[in-house]
Design a binder for this molecule. Sequence first.
Ligand code: TPP
Length: 386
Amino acid sequence: MSDRVSSRLFVDTLTARGFGPYVGVPCSFLRPFIDYVIDRDDLSYVAATNEGEALALASGAQLAGRRPVVMLQNSGLGNLVNPLASLNYVFKIPVLIIVTLRGEPGKVDEPQHELMGRATGDLLRLLAVEHAWFPSRDGDVVPAVDAALDHMQRTGLPFAFVLRKNVVTEYAPQPRVPASPRAPGRLVAAVSSGPMLSRGEAIALIAEQAGEALIVATTGKTGRELFEYRDRPSHFYVVGSMGCASSLALGVARESDQPVVVLDGDGAALMRLEAMASIGDQAPPRLVHVILDNASYESTGGQATVSTSVRFPEIAAACGYASACSVTGAEPLRAALQRALGERGPHLIHVPVATSTDPSLGRPAVAPPDVARRFRDELARRSARR
Ligand SMILES: Cc1ncc(C[n+]2csc(CCOP(=O)(O)OP(=O)(O)O)c2C)c(N)n1
């Protein structure tokens, strides 16, 4: 038995247990895994823009019935903290994590890795992420993977393998053809007709118009207003993880043939603007990204965002969305949504909305793990029907 683990054996062991897709940001320690996954036609690797996005996207894939794997360097653990604490923990969404250990105490490494190297284990522990060393011998791989899977199934929580330097064997990748630059999407001229809707009015109109589409609603009052308007198993109210709604929706849309509408806020979209780059790149054909732009963090008291300086449709088109537009008023919104649901996407619909909230607005009365369970069951039911 070798004193290193074969990267192929590890991925093959995961594959035999139905794991995938793989989502991550590279570390040189992870190169053999990533290269092997990319070379396997039956597996998919999503190059995320940051580790938080990777986890949110993977979580969407988990809701769509997959067993995703997130791979990252421990330098990126900070980017993971928010969705770990306020998405996966809250909704009980298990994801397998492989995090490398740069800056291992007692070993020589670069200065920028020293502190995170010392903090990695404690950080995972504080975030309630059960973790173990990545197995260091081929014979340990199957029991280690089975123990991780068992933990995730029992608790609904993520599990992390911590990968030290020189633990896995190298893998020689197939030659790659660099991707050519993609054309931008179609920027549709802005349409304005009638009075500006409030956020609640826009949500009601979209929920009505979206028919059977799955709806993912962002943090704050958007999810609360959607719940208040009506509650469905096909709704996912992202109560925490601000900015992650569109990445979670991307994860769902990549794995499903169902239409997915994500209701984003301008503050949330700006918090993780990189999500739009991945949506454009992955280009799920049935994803409709709606940004309800009230130019403020309305849910926390109406403080201004910087959205008045930002042109969301231009960004989406430049990122490769199939189309992007800005619509003001009920009729233009209805028409844009109808078109987006009927044409190959992804589409961005930017909707300037007025700031107003019902002071008696409630909160989703369904517990987050039940919201996740219902949503997962709904997707499974729909795919069984096909
Ligand atoms: C990471 C993070 N930072 C801050 C908050 C607090 N917070 C909750 S909702 C919200 C405002 C969201 O603004 P936007 O997306 O524009 O939606 P709006 O409330 O205007 O509808 C903020 C700042 C949070 N939940 N998470």
